[in-house]
Design a protein around this ligand. Structure first.
Ligand SMILES: C[S@@+](CC[C@H](N)C(=O)[O-])C[C@H]1O[C@@H](n2cnc3c(N)ncnc32)[C@H](O)[C@@H]1O
Length: 221
């Protein structure tokens, strides 16, 4: 595993930093706020009242999976598949402080359940929320076609991992999405948007999280 350090972001939540690629796991303007805005508000909230399949690219700290569990209505069922090539060890995830920054009564318990869950198969974390943490890359993972309602595209930035933002990757995302399925990402780069469009996704620029002007949402028509 590469060296990993902790950094505090502007909303008080921690993120992780990889010195080898000079990249953080979240926005330095606020890890928690970024995830809540990009993935929950602009992604999950579009599917209120529907039982859905979510795919995440980059499980990392588990922040998005955890926020999805805390924010989903009790009667909504979610199957959440998350890909990760470098699973973090418990020593690192135990030091993350996200549960201290929210008021949800099960915050800490839910975070631990998500991290303690076995990898590479679906585990029921609680009723209505099944999690499959897959140790696989976005490039190689074999996943069902026309299956996902929502993709959280949370890879490292295009200047750090350009191969994850290529047309071929978005073509794969297109094939995995159901018609009307949506992909959300914090990235708003013009080239990324063009690559999504070449892959036949219909894109929107939306207001970004605190500290960032814009983000992207793409829909499979
Ligand atoms: C920007 S971080 C975000 C992680 C996570 N969503 C979070 O909130 O902590 C990107 C993640 O993608 C993972 N990753 C890198 N290359 C990958 C690949 N080819 N396929 C899937 N995940 C990858 C990294 O290890 C890292 O955990």
């Amino acid at each position: 595993m590469p060296e990993i350090q902790f950094k505090e972001t502007h909303d008080g939540s921690k993120t992780l930093y990889r010195p080898d690629i000079n990249e953080t796991y979240h926005s330095i303007h606020g890890a928690l706020q970024e995830s809540l805005h990009v993935f929950i508000k602009m992604g999950l909230d579009e599917f209120k009242g529907q039982n859905i399949n979510i795919l995440e690219i980059g499980f990392g700290t588990g922040l998005n999976a955890w926020l999805t569990l805390l924010n989903k209505p009790k009667n909504q069922e979610i199957n959440y598949t998350s890909l990760e090539t470098i699973p973090l060890n418990k020593e690192i995830t135990d030091q993350l402080n996200y549960h201290l920054l929210v008021t949800h009564e099960n915050a800490k318990k839910a975070f631990n359940q998500i991290h303690n869950a076995e990898w590479n198969r679906f585990i029921e974390i609680e009723k209505g929320f099944n999690l499959n943490k897959l140790e696989a890359s976005i490039q190689n993972a074999v996943l069902p076609q026309n299956h996902f309602d929502l993709i959280y595209f949370d890879a490292f930035a295009p200047n750090k991992q350009p191969e994850l933002w290529e047309v071929t990757i978005f073509e794969k995302m297109y094939s995995l999405l159901k018609p009307n399925g949506k992909l959300v990402t914090y990235c708003a780069k013009g080239q990324v948007r063009r690559n999504m469009e070449i892959a036949n996704l219909v894109t929107e620029r939306l207001q970004g999280p605190p500290g960032k002007r814009e983000m992207l949402r793409a829909t499979k028509p």
